[in-house]
Design a binder for this molecule. Structure first.
Ligand code: FMN
Length: 214
């Protein structure tokens, strides 16, 4: 067994994840709008004295899920050993999760999609066809918020970005208590000038922290 596997297993069997928040950024653009939004969301979390940890997926060397289905047997991802192997324990130990992605072609970025797909190892599947399923992360009080930013001015052009994060998180057992869509911003870091949106991000982060304290 690869040494990472026992680390991951420890995370998976952690039946009492903590009141902390993992923030995941899905933009390839350093200091871009998603980065700014994520920082303000986590600032709101910390203002409520809940610890947070931030990961920019562009800094993590990891592959998309290869569909090897080894995780069915092993209950962890053993088909790929990469940056996600280190990230899994962070996911499992944190009851709170923040996902932020810019819109790329009406959807989340490839980084964010790859991250979400790599959480496939958290599911249990029955032997029926179609397979019944459940998530090992369910029933643990996991709570999340999601945010997306796009250049165009309306939700048509943001497309599926928010839903592409919210729906898989709900399937995994997260209660997604809020969404922050941000429209009409193209320039790198342009969202810094929109103080109302930064305030909204901090407020949403604080709401997530409060939900974790309940
Ligand atoms: C490959 C690519 C695809 C994009 N697709 C869309 C789109 O479908 N709709 C939209 O409104 N903006 C789109 N944009 C614009 C970005 O969403 C926008 O510039 C955003 O502010 C970038 O956020 P970031 O600074 O966090 O990367 C796209 C940008 C790129 C690079």
């Amino acid at each position: 067994m690869h040494p990472f596997h026992s680390l991951i297993e420890q995370g998976l069997i952690d039946r009492a994840p903590k009141a902390k928040v993992l923030g995941i950024g899905g933009s390839p653009r350093k200091n871009g709008n998603s980065d700014v939004l994520l920082d303000h969301l986590l600032k709101g979390v910390r203002a409520q004295k809940i610890p947070s940890f931030k990961v920019q997926l562009r800094d993590v060397r990891f592959q998309p899920c290869i569909g090897c289905e080894q995780c069915r047997k092993n209950q962890i991802c053993t088909g790929l050993i990469d940056g996600m192997s280190i990230l899994y324990p962070r996911v499992f130990e944190s009851r709170g999760l923040v996902l932020v992605s810019p819109t790329h072609n009406y959807n989340v970025t490839a980084w964010m999609k790859a991250f979400i797909d790599r959480l496939y190892c958290c599911y249990h599947f029955d032997d029926t066809r179609p397979r019944g399923w459940s998530s090992r992360l369910a029933g643990q009080g996991r709570t999340a918020v999601v945010s997306a930013v796009c250049e165009q001015a309306d939700s048509y052009d943001m497309g599926f970005t928010l839903e592409a994060m919210r729906r898989p998180l709900e399937a995994l057992g997260y209660d997604v208590i809020g969404e922050l869509p941000v429209f009409g911003i193209f320039e790198k870091g342009g969202v810094r000038e929109k103080t109302d949106l930064l305030d909204a991000a901090e407020k949403l982060g604080a709401e997530l922290a409060e939900a974790l304290m309940r």
